[in-house]
Write a protein that binds this ligand. Structure first.
Ligand code: K1U
Ligand code: ZN
Length: 178
């Protein structure tokens, strides 16, 4: 397993649409494992492949609390089959938008289909934070960040602060996209 550097906004790599994986093979399984290790260390409850510079439709999640047995979810090519009319608001964060949080409204319940780590097709119904987190991670696969759900004014305030922080503490050259 390996730790992967997490890309921080603003960065054009976070605004691109990711490509589907052909199948979940050993390479994709390793990516899923590396992403989980990176997510646990961050710490976070979800991570999408574009956040670590891989433009493929892969996400991982684990909503288990500290002290509980881990419950990792590994998803490739996730697709929403159904969303509820009822909405839910959650104060979201993002490892690519560090230290900023904002209320985002999304469908409260969803049904998602994906390939698991064994390349098996799975359908899952989710609600609460799991539904929010799956939708947040799926947004990353389409180049959308939670701040894109805010007004342009709020989004630009956050982006300006992130850019200022980046200029004050530049990343190593390999991550330096701006
Ligand atoms: O960057 C990401 O996509 C991960 C993000 C997922 C997420 C959080 C909240 C709502 C929707 C999606 C995070 O994990 S931010 C960190 C976080 O929420 C957290 C960290 C440690 C313990 C509990 C939560
Ligand atoms: Zn995120």
């Amino acid at each position: 397993m390996a730790l992967l550097p997490i890309i921080v906004a603003p960065d054009p790599r976070l605004n691109k649409k990711a490509k589907p994986v052909a199948e979940v093979d050993a390479r994709v399984r390793k990516l899923m494992g590396d992403m989980l290790e990176t997510m646990y260390l961050a710490p976070g409850i979800g991570l999408a492949a574009p956040q670590v510079g891989v433009l493929e439709r892969v996400i991982v999640l684990d909503l288990a609390h500290e002290g509980e047995e881990p419950r990792p979810l590994r998803m490739a090519n996730p697709e929403l089959l159904w969303v509820s009319d009822e909405d839910a608001v959650y104060n979201e964060g993002c490892l690519s938008v560090p230290e900023h949080y904002a209320d985002v409204t999304r469908p409260a319940k969803i049904k998602v289909r994906y390939l698991d780590e064994n390349n098996k097709e799975v359908e899952l119904e989710a609600e609460g934070l799991l539904a929010t987190c799956i939708q947040h991670e799926m947004d990353h696969l389409d180049g959308i960040l939670f701040i894109d759900h805010l007004t342009a004014l709020k989004r630009n305030i956050i982006l300006r602060k992130l850019l200022k922080a980046k200029k004050a503490a530049p990343q190593p050259a390999r991550d330096h996209a701006l």
